[in-house]
Design a protein around this ligand. Structure first.
Ligand code: 13P
Length: 255
C-alpha cells in the first residue's frame, strides 16, 4: 500500500514571517494525521525558519527549485547540497512554471533529478500537458517524453523513491480540475510506463500525485482513484483551513 502524500507548493508567496506563521499553525493542526505524508515548499528565503517551525512534527519541507551543480560561480543559484544541509527532504523538479516561464529543458530537468539524488533529496518530478497538447491528443506522448527523459540514468531503486506529480497545465491556478476519471487515466498511463521499463516493485512503490486546483471539496474524489496517491496543492496550500481541509477530506475517505 502506498501512503498518501500531500504536498503544498507555496510558489512565490509568503515572506519569511508569513511562511513561518503558516508552518507553525500547520504543525499544530496536522498532529493528528498519522496515515499521510505531508510536505510544504516555501520560498528558499523562508526554508530555515520553516524547517525550524516544523521540527519534530510529521511535516517535511521541500524546495521549489535547485541548480544541478554542487557549488561554484553560479550567481543567484542554490545547490541541492545546500538545501539538504539546511534540512530540506524533498525537491520539486520540473514544475510547469519552471519549464514554461524559465525555459527549463528536458535535459536540465534530468540533471536536476540526478543532482537531487546525489545530495540526498527526494525529488517530486512534475509533469503535465498544456491545453493545446491535450486538444491535439498528445497528452500521453508529452508526459511519456517528460518522464523518460527525467528518469534517464537513474537506478531502479532511485526511481522507486521518486514522487511523480501529474499537473495538467490547464488545471493549474484556473479552478478547473481534471475529472477524477481523466486524471486516473493519465495516472494509470504513468504507472504503466514504469511497469514497462523497471522491475515490478518500482511501479508499486512510486507515488503519483495529482495537482491542479485541488481543493477540500474535490480532494476526496480524486484521491479515491486507484492510481492517485496524493496531491500537489498550490493555492489551497496557502491557508491553514484549506490545506487541513484537504487532509481531512482524504483521510475520511480512507476510513
Ligand atoms: P493550484 O493548486 O493553485 O492549481 O496549483 C497547482 C500547482 O501548480 C502545484 O504545484
Amino acid at each position: 500500500m502506498r501512503r498518501p502524500f500531500i504536498a503544498g507548493n507555496w510558489k512565490m508567496n509568503l515572506n519569511i514571517e508569513e511562511a513561518t506563521t503558516l508552518a507553525s499553525a500547520l504543525a499544530q493542526q496536522t498532529a493528528s494525521f498519522r496515515n499521510v505524508d505531508i510536505a510544504i515548499a516555501p520560498t528558499h528565503l523562508a526554508l530555515s525558519s520553516v524547517i525550524n517551525a516544523v521540527k519534530n512534527t510529521g511535516i517535511h519541507v521541500a524546495s521549489q527549485n535547485h541548480y544541478f551543480e554542487e557549488s561554484g560561480a553560479y550567481t543567484g543559484q542554490v545547490s541541492p547540497t545546500m538545501l539538504r544541509a539546511a534540512g530540506v527532504a524533498y525537491a520539486l523538479v520540473g514544475h510547469s512554471e519552471r519549464r514554461t516561464l524559465f525555459n527549463e529543458s528536458l535535459a536540465e530537468v534530468n540533471k536536476k533529478m540526478q543532482a537531487a539524488f546525489q545530495a540526498g533529496l527526494l525529488p517530486i518530478l512534475c509533469v503535465g500537458e498544456t491545453l493545446a497538447e491535450r486538444n491535439q491528443n498528445s497528452a500521453e506522448s508529452v508526459i511519456k517524453e517528460q518522464i523518460e527523459t527525467a528518469l534517464d540514468g537513474l537506478s531502479a531503486d532511485q526511481v522507486a523513491a521518486v514522487t511523480i506529480a501529474y499537473e495538467p497545465v490547464w488545471a493549474i491556478g484556473t479552478g478547473i480540475t481534471a475529472s477524477p476519471r481523466d486524471a486516473q487515466q493519465i495516472h494509470a498511463f504513468i504507472r504503466k510506463l514504469l511497469v514497462d521499463r523497471y522491475p515490478a516493485f518500482v511501479a508499486e512503490d512510486v507515488r503519483i500525485q495529482y495537482g491542479g486546483s485541488v481543493k477540500p471539496h474535490n480532494a476526496a474524489e480524486l484521491l479515491a482513484q486507484p492510481d492517485i496517491d496524493g496531491a500537489l496543492v498550490g493555492g489551497a496550500s496557502l491557508t491553514v483551513d484549506a490545506f487541513v481541509g484537504i487532509l481531512h477530506a482524504i483521510t475520511e475517505t480512507q476510513g
